[in-house]
Write a protein that binds this ligand. Structure first.
Ligand code: ADP
Length: 728
């Protein structure tokens, strides 16, 4: 059986997502691999599919218990023999699992890293045929990462003790360059095949708000989200309690989660959320690792998290189903102070010695500063995130508050010169607060004692404290100033400062507009074309049936079928088992177990003529040949327009040229290349064969590349337009 057959048989998908096939092939060729792919990109399939195909057992090392339970639950439902071993099981349960494992009862076994050193498990591992070892959340091995776990560092020691070295694979969603290098070196990956896909999640909308009243902002956001599910992250248990209590008092189905609750309550509350009995989970960061719930459509950070890694990981728990989701951070200056305190007083952090403790704390402080800059930047928020993880974005994303923000850029050269020259005259020895006080002519004891009132820049600014702070932060972000990496950072002149001071360069910035502060401006998010097009009534009936089965089997609903499978059922309207097999996410076991129930519902629905008038035809009935094709080579935007002319008649959302290009890249027909520091798209060999050409042009004095599509290429794109729209 091929990898694709295995994917279809067990998981019900008929194509691989970006990167999966390459990683799986490398593993099947007995290569070690490192996969750095965003949340929701389908990393698990990359070790589960080869794990099913290889002889022997696949061992998956994963840090959190809830993740294992969910994954094993889902695998068992798909007919895959899997188990987990962790501290949630009693000793006798562990013995039973190990005994069964010895008798080859499982193909996949999940364990926590601490387990690897335990005698009983080690004895089993030495005697078993472990052919593949997958290290999930592999960034935990690196001290440069945000989630260093000493137990991960002992994985190589465990491998060394095995009779045969398994194929080693490591996966993570968030890893800077340094962390990637650490993973390869510390795990001793052997000439690994490394695949890094973009961590960009285009369906997530990002926004930072600075409301005076955070709770009012939260309520405002929730107003039209009655049917949506989400998480509100708070930095302390106390805030979780208060926010949850208020939400419940205001009639919301909210639950809470933090380390101070009993195990029983934590489990109960987590299940309420997973089983859709609670709409909102108010939680500390203890909640969520391994929460594989696909329909989370908003993540509100009531407080700023400690670093970008945590933020992106937590925000990334929304929109796993590919639907639009809101990620909104409610920032206040107090958040910075709370996080500083948490870094200094983290009881759970484990440090081998004092010197390492200081180094790691310093790295944490640096990460906190970068997180704070995210809350201050007026540039594209997605660009900031991607840049942090080492990715360059070509254009603004148009799906974050800053891109949608119409606040005009204003020239701030004079203010910038005053600030830069003040920093210069202070000999680059002070922090932001002292600089602001000096510029505003403060008569505070400290300023007078330091003699800063004698400087020529004393009192030369009339701007408010918060305006000056904002301008300074933006000057730091644009490298005119540098903030040092100390506990009490001082501000120094950046490389670009002299150009401003000598009038060679003008400075433009965006200042926050002082409108109604507390009103959270939230975009409802673009509605998915597919969801808009399906029959809501049928979708609801299928959902109810799914919940009924889930309750009977005592598993979360999305483990039976994700929402995307139900949507696909509404689109394909299968009335036979063969047609049902075509539905995305429906594997062989699920056809046998649930096929008949769902087919019956759909057939009855069709017989009763319950399909609403707005229901679009089955996609198969859309005649894609109606889309106009030019005999001349043409550009992508014209092709997009022509596709839209047809598909919009069927309530599909517009497809853009960018979307088509991205799809062509994912299929290997286009690639990006860099010339003179500028990125261009050009056809690959496959693309050239298809009829894609590129031409260098000069537009408004700038060199650029234009891509043309001849008849064959146009036909290929238009015939695939439904897939392009759906893959959004
Ligand atoms: P990650 O571990 O990268 O966060 P998961 O492995 O949890 O991602 O997968 C995210 C979602 O994508 C899951 O619902 C999974 O079933 C789905 N998925 C994985 N592979 C495919 C595929 N080839 N086609 C469609 N959906 C897939």
């Amino acid at each position: 059986m091929t990898a694709l057959d295995t994917l279809k048989k067990y998981f019900g998908y008929s194509a691989f997502l970006v990167g999966q096939e390459e990683l799986i092939n490398a593993i099947l060729n007995r290569n070690d691999v490192l996969g750095v792919m965003p949340t929701g990109s389908g990393k698990s399939i990359c070790f589960q599919v080869p794990g099913l195909m290889l002889q022997g057992i696949t061992l998956i090392i994963s840090p959190l218990i809830s993740l294992m339970k969910d994954q094993v639950n889902a695998l068992t439902q798909a007919g895959i023999p899997a188990a987990y071993i962790n501290s949630s099981l009693s000793l006798s349960q562990i013995d039973i699992v190990l005994q069964r494992a010895k008798n080859n009862a499982y193909k996949l076994i999940y364990v926590a890293p601490e387990r690897l050193q335990m005698d009983g498990f080690l004895r089993f591992a030495k005697s078993a045929q472990i052919s593949l070892l997958a290290v999930d959340e592999a960034h935990c091995i690196s001290q440069w990462g945000h989630d260093f776990r000493p137990s991960y560092a002992r994985i190589p020691e465990f491998i060394y003790q095995l009779s045969n070295r398994p194929i080693l694979t490591a996966f993570t969603a968030t890893a800077t360059d340094k962390v990637q290098r650490d993973i390869v070196n510390l795990l001793n990956l052997n000439s690994p095949f490394v695949l890094i896909t973009s961590i960009n999640r285009p369906n997530l909308y990002f926004e930072v708000q600075k409301p005076k009243d955070k709770y009012a902002a939260l309520i405002h956001f929730l107003k039209d989200k009655k049917y949506q599910t989400g998480i509100v992250y708070c930095s302390t248990r106390d805030t979780v309690e208060k926010v949850c209590e208020k939400l419940v008092a205001n009639g919301y189905k909210a639950s809470r989660y933090h380390a101070g609750l009993s195990d029983v309550e934590r489990h109960q509350n987590q299940d309420d959320f997973l089983y859709d009995r609670a709409q909102i989970m108010v939680a500390t960061n203890a909640f969520g690792m391994g929460i594989d719930k696909s329909n989370v459509s908003f993540i509100i950070h009531y407080n700023m998290p400690k670093d970008m890694e945590s933020y992106y990981q937590e925000a990334g728990r929304s929109g796993r189903d590919g639907e639009p989701a809101n990620c909104i951070l409610l920032f206040s200056g107090q958040d910075v102070r709370t996080n500083m305190w948490l870094i200094e007083n983290d009881e759970q952090a484990q440090y081998p010695d004092r010197a390492t403790e200081e180094i790691l704390k310093e790295r944490s402080r640096k990460r906190l500063r970068e997180m704070t800059f995210y809350c201050e930047t007026k540039e594209c928020l997605r660009e900031y995130i991607l840049k942090y993880f080492g990715e360059i974005m070509q254009d603004r994303c148009e799906n974050c508050a800053n891109c949608g923000d119409a606040t005009p850029m204003i020239e701030a050269t004079i203010d910038a010169q005053k600030i830069l020259s003040c920093v210069y005259r202070m000999k680059e020895r002070f922090g932001i607060t002292i600089i602001i006080e000096t510029l505003r002519g403060s008569k505070s004891e400290k300023i007078l004692k330091l003699g800063l009132d004698k400087l020529s820049t004393y009192g030369i600014c009339e701007k408010s404290e918060s305006e000056l702070r904002e301008i300074i932060n933006q000057l730091i972000l644009s490298n005119y100033l540098v903030k040092t990496d100390e506990l009490y950072p001082v501000i120094k002149l950046g490389k670009k400062s002299s150009d401003v001071l000598w009038n060679k360069e003008k400075v433009f910035i965006k200042l926050s507009t002082k409108t109604e502060d507390d009103k959270i401006r939230v975009r409802s998010g673009k509605k998915s074309s597919v969801l808009r097009a399906v029959d809501q009534k049928l979708f609801d009936v299928l959902k109810k049936q799914r919940l009924k089965i889930a309750n009977e089997l005592k598993v979360p609903a999305f483990i039976i079928f994700p929402d995307s499978s139900l949507v696909d059922m509404c689109l394909k309207l299968p009335t036979t088992k063969e047609a049902f097999a075509d539905v995305s996410g429906v594997g062989q076991i699920k056809i046998e177990r649930f096929g008949e129930i769902f087919i019956t519902i759909i057939s009855e629905f069709l017989q009763n003529d319950e399909i609403s008038v707005e229901t679009p035809p089955n996609p198969k009935e859309i005649n894609l040949s109606e889309i106009e094709i030019s005999s001349e080579p043409t550009t992508v935007s014209i092709i997009a327009d022509r596709i839209n002319c047809l598909l919009m008649r069927y309530a599909y959302e517009k497809v853009s040229g960018v979307r088509i290009n991205d799809w062509l890249i994912s299929k290997g027909y286009l690639q990006t290349t860099t010339e003179n520091g500028k990125k261009y798209k050009i056809p690959t060999d496959e693309g050239t064969k298809l009829g894609i050409t590129n031409e260098k042009r000069e537009i408004r004095g700038e060199n650029t590349q234009i891509i043309f599509f001849d008849i064959k290429a146009q036909q290929f794109i238009t015939q695939n337009s439904l897939e392009i729209v759906k893959n959004r």
